[in-house]
Design a protein around this ligand. Structure first.
Ligand code: MRU
Length: 388
């Protein structure tokens, strides 16, 4: 097994100081922004300076912990009693939850912290002790992520190798396609679907990763490209429109994607374009694997029709972020945001959903830190109630 190369970092902490890398500027410049308040965290998540379902939950939890730490240090009024802590904390959690609607990890984190609040109050603790419990729990939300990502990557990677062998393949030299960015930038480290690809590479089983550019935000060409380059994983970028051609002309062993919310029956919301890839993968009988932590499974939602789909501002689909090419010799900033639609285009005529839902029928396996879930023979949907 090759040594794990250090991935990129989405969040850095030092005591209660939190910094995030501004993902809107990647890959052409690496600028860290300090998150000094709950409002800063909310804005960074909403504007996609940080993105990826697990990473936004981690940032929300860390910003929440830092807010409480500052309050405790300053003996703020809200620390006085259980009632004042509750009155301070509940609106903050509700506010953080509104930053992005589809990624359920954010809601799972805020629900988990609400449960900690209620349990500490129930246990008769005073304001300071309740804050201390909440700070510990909030740090756990962020810290647990890397370990579970490694677990699910191994579960999924080993499972895929077995499936390929059962189908007569050698189980090595695998070509695996992914969509969007699900690596260390989208999580607290290692990644989910990109973690599985990294694991296959580290164990000598990967020939090449293939990734879509993932328009309109280009998480693939801006972020996944950067991560794969840094990890020195052999890879090929394709435009979103080339998935069918790729499957017709290359031997692709699997498609692996992350998830923003998985319904009880396995229907999965993920980055726009995932459904297209799943339909074409089914046509080519290519295994389609979803890799996500348990916190992405929302048992309160029976099927995909109940998953809220975030609509991004139409203007974002009319713009491309990048760097001027070739770079100017003057040494000035090369960062550019370029409009690709005609001036004056009516933005009411631009469709820009951030996610789509892939029906469970098209999904071969759902991998979490607990293992690999598949459908019962002859069934079209999963029953994830036993997995969570
Ligand atoms: O809009 P984004 O960039 O936050 O969307 C990210 C995705 O869709 C990822 O695939 C998903 O959050 C899983 S990240 C491990």
């Amino acid at each position: 097994m090759q040594a794990t190369k250090l991935g990129l970092t989405s969040i850095k902490t030092d005591g209660d100081k939190i910094e995030i890398v501004n993902q809107l500027l990647l890959p052409h410049s690496t600028e860290f922004i300090e998150i000094k308040s709950i409002e800063d965290a909310h804005e960074a998540i909403k504007s996609m300076k940080i993105r990826g379902a697990p990473a936004i939950a981690s940032l929300a939890a860390l910003a929440f912990a830092a807010d409480l730490e500052r309050g405790v240090k300053a003996s703020a009024d809200f620390v006085t009693s259980p009632e004042t802590v509750k009155a301070h904390v509940e609106p903050i959690l509700a506010y953080l939850y509104t930053a992005r609607p589809t990624a359920v990890n954010l809601g799972a984190a805020t629900r988990r912290l609400t449960a900690t609040l209620d349990a500490s109050i129930e246990a008769g603790k005073d304001g300071r002790a309740i804050c201390a419990d909440l700070i510990v729990e909030a740090h756990k939300v962020a810290d647990e992520d890397v370990g579970r990502n490694k677990k699910m990557s191994q579960w999924g990677g080993d499972w895929l190798v077995d499936v390929v062998k059962q189908n007569g393949g050698s189980g090595s030299e695998l070509n695996v396609m992914t969509v969007c960015n699900t690596g260390s930038l989208a999580t607290s480290g290692y990644g989910t679907a990109l973690g599985l690809i990294t694991y296959l590479h580290e164990t000598g089983k990967l020939a090449s990763a293939y990734y879509t550019q993932t328009t309109p935000y280009h998480q693939g060409s801006r972020l996944t490209a950067l991560e794969l380059q840094k990890l020195e994983i052999p890879s090929v970028m394709i435009c979103d429109t080339m998935v069918g051609s790729l499957f017709q002309h290359h031997n692709i062993h699997a498609v692996v994607v992350g998830a923003d919310r998985i319904a009880k029956n396995g229907d999965t919301a993920n980055k726009i374009g995932t459904y297209n890839a799943a339909v074409i993968a089914a046509r080519h009988k290519i295994p389609f694997i979803v890799v996500a932590p348990i916190s992405t499974v929302d048992l309160a939602v029976a099927d995909g029709s109940g998953i809220p789909i975030e609509q991004r501002p139409p203007i974002e689909a009319c713009l491309v972020r990048g760097a001027i090419h070739p770079p100017p010799s003057s040494g000035e900033s090369t960062q550019a945001v370029v409009m690709i639609t005609p001036p004056g285009l009516d933005l009411k005529g631009v469709y820009n959903p951030s996610f789509d839902v892939t029906p469970a029928e098209l999904i071969t396996a759902i991998v979490t830190e607990k293992g690999v879930a598949t459908k019962r023979p002859g069934e079209l949907v999963f029953d994830l109630s036993g997995v969570v």
